[in-house]
Design a protein around this ligand. Structure first.
Ligand SMILES: [Zn+2]
Length: 128
C-alpha cells in the first residue's frame, strides 16, 4: 500500500472514530423514562433496549476503528490478523476497519452463526 493510500484510510478512520466517539459519549442520554401509562412504559422499554443494542454495536465498531488506526501506526494495516495475507483493496474500501480478509471473515461469520465473532473479537483485542 502506498503512503497516500494509507493516509486516505487514516483520515477515513479518524473521521469514523470521531463520529462513533460522539455517539458512545452520548450513552448517558438514554434516559430511563417513567410513565404512568403502561403502554408508554412498554414503548419506552423497547426504545431503550434498541438504543442500548445500537450502542453496543457502535462501541464494538469504535474499538475496531481504533485498532485499525493502531495498525496504521504499526505498519500492519491491510494485513489479515488471522492468516497474514493482504486484505483485498476492495474489501478495505468497503470496511476500512476490518482486521480480516474476506475468507477469514466468512469462516468467523459461519462459526458464529453470522453475527459478530467473539473469538475474532478476542483475537483482535489481544493483537491490538
Ligand atoms: Zn485471512
Amino acid at each position: 500500500m502506498t503512503k497516500a493510500e494509507i493516509n486516505k484510510f487514516r483520515s477515513i478512520l479518524e473521521a469514523k472514530q470521531a463520529e462513533l466517539a460522539q455517539v458512545v459519549r452520548n450513552r448517558d442520554g438514554i434516559a430511563i423514562e417513567k410513565s404512568p401509562d403502561a403502554l408508554d412504559e412498554v414503548q419506552h422499554a423497547a426504545e431503550r433496549e434498541l438504543a442500548i443494542r445500537n450502542l453496543d454495536r457502535e462501541s464494538n465498531l469504535l474499538r475496531n476503528v481504533r485498532a485499525a488506526l493502531r495498525r496504521i501506526e504499526e505498519g500492519t494495516f491491510g494485513v489479515c490478523l488471522h492468516c497474514e495475507e493482504d486484505i483485498s483493496p476492495k474489501r478495505l474500501a468497503a470496511v476500512p476497519w476490518t482486521a480480516f480478509c474476506i475468507q477469514c471473515q466468512e469462516i468467523a461469520d459461519r462459526s458464529q452463526g453470522g453475527d459478530n465473532s467473539e473469538n475474532f473479537d478476542e483475537l483482535l483485542v489481544s493483537a491490538a
